[in-house]
Write a protein that binds this ligand. Sequence first.
Ligand code: GTP
Ligand code: MG
Length: 200
Amino acid sequence: MIVVDARYIATATNVDGLPPPAFPEVAFAGRSNVGKSSLINCLVERNKLVRTSNTPGQTRGISIFRLELKNATARATIDLVDLPGYGYAKRSKHERKSWGPMIEGFLEQRVGLCGVVIIVDARRGVEEEDDQLLEYLAHIGRPTLVVATKLDKLTKSERAPRLAAITQQAGIKPLGVSAETREGRDVLFARVLELADVGP
Ligand code: GTP
Ligand code: MG
């Protein structure tokens, strides 16, 4: 499948504020500034669909982006969901307190959600909050994919040991990617389509 159109649909701070699910959804979660929004842009092959920033805490609400896809014989539509990052100490107390219920509410209640991509920094590996999220997703039974991003920041010889460490920490083999060089993009895209149960 290739992306023929990608557009922004809506942002909200809780499930009730979002339009009802219309298409299979795959959500992107991870620490603040890890590169969630950049990775969505890389996947949809639009540089500026989702706002990214050097400053952590850029994405504050839950945002939905709709992708129209096609291949030689079929068409499909899927929604990608950008979630605000966790672990950003400089958020206000109120924001930090509301993050848990906002994200957990979405992950638990959203009917159209087919899977969750947890993004970790390839250099830092699985940190405490990633681990909590992995456990939570296993607990509520959501299919999960682990992605190690910013692979371009590692040397060739650093990669295998870092990825092996993440496999050990997460209990799932991560997919190594870079939004910067687009390495791993096609494999990740195929896995996202699989999660959404859309053909190749
Ligand atoms: P929040 O919305 O604040 O949670 O951040 P985010 O996870 O959406 O991160 P975002 O995509 O905004 O990227 C944060 C910073 O990391 C930006 O400066 C990006 O340019 C940079 N970045 C993202 N992905 C990569 C990557 O694969 N390689 C490199 N070198 N930099 C990246
Ligand atoms: Mg973001």
